[in-house]
Design a protein around this ligand. Structure first.
Ligand SMILES: [Fe+2]
Length: 598
């Protein structure tokens, strides 16, 4: 049975294909259209999913949309009318926007794919998040917690899932409804801090480490706790329920001070800079406290030992780590794409297991479901462009790259299928030495062109993770998809300065050999040279662009940035100017490179 899942029309559109119960392809539209956070109908992603599986649209048994457009429309209409007359300005915009494409999804899908309307199904938005989290995790019974900005009405759901006798069940018993939303609170603060909503949340998280949660008193006015563990947002501090123009109100500014203009630099030495960092730290702390509390209640109510987390809020690695440490669960699973893109996969799996009652089965425990990078194509293009091209067997290639990294080179590393989800987990990564803060600054300044306070993440083999990072029980699992932030052991911080955040933490990827064997071998080779099998791992893209998907995008990025070497398959490309580096022959073995970090 062939089931296509689609998420679209909000941000990060995506498509995912499930064939006979197994995901065979999943990709965000942005990776193919090359428009960051592309929210349009994912024509390219759908086409790629079908083509790579050798299917036509006519072969699909069902197409599942990740939410219920009419309910969403009802929510937008109701909340706009409730806020009338304050909302009168935004009313036409909201209605046009919604009526434009969002409500008529069945017709849009039918006409794009040329399939009968009765093959098109819908899932609840949070059921899609829950299915993405639970049905892809290696567990058979788990509590489920999802949290995001908003779906139709729900903003947070809690429940449980079971997979037994080849049948899967998901029951979401409790929900918090719009406008009360942890995601909206975080987004409002993101906007207040001058970052772009739906993509600047990472920046807020990074900034939080520079501040102290000195504004918890104010936060308590903005978000109030209820006796049953839920929460409400005080409406007078927000405007997202009435207008699309600004998410926080004048009263919010009265409480926290003037907002930051997006073009103003953040000077952490200034009083305002510190105030913004303290704001970020305060909202972060409140978010963590509420999530830990709700998760702990869920643990007590269900008696279950595993927790699956879904929704965009599950991208908050600091909160995830606290949930693991404090809520009482043995294991916490976060999928590689917990946000709305992942809903495409969640919706397809939900329809397969729950609506259509197909047999449950284990799903491959990796994020590599996207387009492949072709090493031969790369070699051809680089030769035509007169760059240095080598084709090496795996062992030589790994040694070559380990040497280059130890010598301070930045490497674009492409391997097989690209990741589904916002993080580069070793198939579309920029790799660099993690030791010196100067490397962090160079990457931020010359390649990623982003704020200096933003940290980079390390990747470490599972076998060595405990030596460098203070992982609690279950921490390595959370680190599999870079979903937890953990302390770097103090004795290693100075030698892991490029990947250690200002508070001594790191969003570490803990790499199991079987997930990405060649990157694992590279980490080991690097460890043999330097004594430290850890690399800086950041997504392979430059500012404002999506992560590269195919070899040619990697090549073009390599050509117009300061990336020194590029790898795909057995091909290694280096820039012509760096020829002397290779000709020296030093890369095959070098004690000099090792001494740079010892
Ligand atoms: Fe969502």
């Amino acid at each position: 049975m062939n089931i296509l899942g689609i998420s679209a029309h909000y941000h990060d559109s995506a498509a995912a294909l499930v064939v006979d119960g197994e995901p065979v392809g999943a990709v965000q539209e942005e990776r193919l259209s090359r428009r960051k956070h592309d929210a349009g109908f994912p024509v390219n992603a759908v086409e790629w999913c079908l083509e790579s599986a050798g299917l036509d649209a006519a072969d699909l048994d069902a197409v599942v949309f990740y939410e219920r457009p009419m309910l969403k429309f009802e929510r937008i209409l109701t909340s706009t009318l409730r806020a009338f007359p304050r909302s009168w300005r935004s009313f036409p915009h909201a209605i046009k926007n919604t009526l434009g494409e969002k409500v008529w999804v069945r017709g849009i899908i039918a006409s794009h794919l040329g399939i009968p309307r009765q093959k098109i199904l819908f899932t609840d938005h949070h059921a899609s998040h829950a299915a993405c989290a639970f049905l892809t995790a290696p567990t058979h019974r788990a509590a489920i917690l999802t949290a995001d900005g908003v779906g139709e009405w729900a903003t947070l759901t809690a429940g449980a899932g079971t997979r037994r006798d080849r049948r899967a069940e998901i029951t979401l018993r409790r929900e918090v409804r719009f406008p009360h939303s942890l995601g909206m609170l975080y987004s409002a603060l993101t906007a207040y801090l001058g970052f772009k909503v739906n993509e600047g949340e990472y920046k807020g998280m990074g900034l939080a480490a520079y501040g102290r949660p000195t504004m918890l008193e104010q936060m308590r006015k903005v978000i109030r706790r209820l006796p049953d563990g839920a929460f409400i947002l005080a409406p007078e501090y927000f405007e997202f329920q009435t207008t699309a123009e600004r998410s926080y109100s004048a009263k919010f500014i009265e409480l926290f001070g003037p907002a930051r203009h997006p073009y103003d630099p953040i000077d952490l030495k200034s009083a305002d800079g510190q105030r913004f960092a303290d704001c970020a730290a305060s909202v972060q702390r409140v978010l963590e406290n509420i999530l830990v509390d709700i998760a702990a209640r869920l643990r007590r109510e269900t008696g279950l030992h595993d927790l699956c987390l879904g929704g965009g809020v599950a991208l908050n690695g600091v909160a995830n780590a606290r949930i693991l440490a404090e809520a009482g669960f043995d294991r916490v699973f976060v999928p590689p794409a917990p946000g709305d893109a992942g809903c495409a996969l969640g919706a397809a799996l939900y329809a397969d297991r729950i609506y259509l009652r197909n047999s449950d089965r284990d799903v491959a425990d990796h994020p590599f479901f996207g387009p492949c990078a072709d090493g031969l194509q790369l070699a051809r293009a680089a030769r035509e462009d007169s760059q240095n091209v080598e084709e090496l067997d795996d062992e030589m290639l790994v040694e070559r790259i380990a040497y280059a990294l130890a010598a301070g080179r930045i490497v674009g590393w492409m391997e097989g299928a690209c990741e589904f989800g916002p993080r580069a987990l070793g198939h579309r990564s920029l790799l660099a030495a993690p030791h010196d803060a100067a490397m962090r600054d160079r990457l931020n300044r010359d390649i990623k062109r982003r704020e200096e306070f933003r940290p980079f993440a390390p990747v470490v083999p599972l076998e060595s993770a405990d030596r460098f990072f203070d992982l609690p029980r279950g921490g390595a699992r959370l680190g599999r998809y870079m979903s937890g932030v953990f302390p770097v052991r103090p004795e290693w911080r100075s030698r892991l300065a490029a990947v250690t955040h200002v508070d001594g933490s790191a969003r570490v990827q803990v790499l199991a050999r079987e997930m990405a064997p060649r990157l694992h071998a590279l980490l080991e080779a690097y460890g043999r040279r330097t004594g430290i099998p850890v690399l800086l791992n950041t997504s392979f893209n430059v500012a404002g662009e999506p992560i590269v998907a195919q070899a040619m995008e990697g090549y073009l990025t390599f050509r117009r940035s300061d990336i020194d070497l590029l790898v795909a398959g057995s091909t290694v490309v280096s820039k012509r100017a760096a020829a002397s580096f290779k000709e020296s022959g030093a890369w095959s073995s070098s004690s000099e490179a090792a001494s740079t970090v010892a």
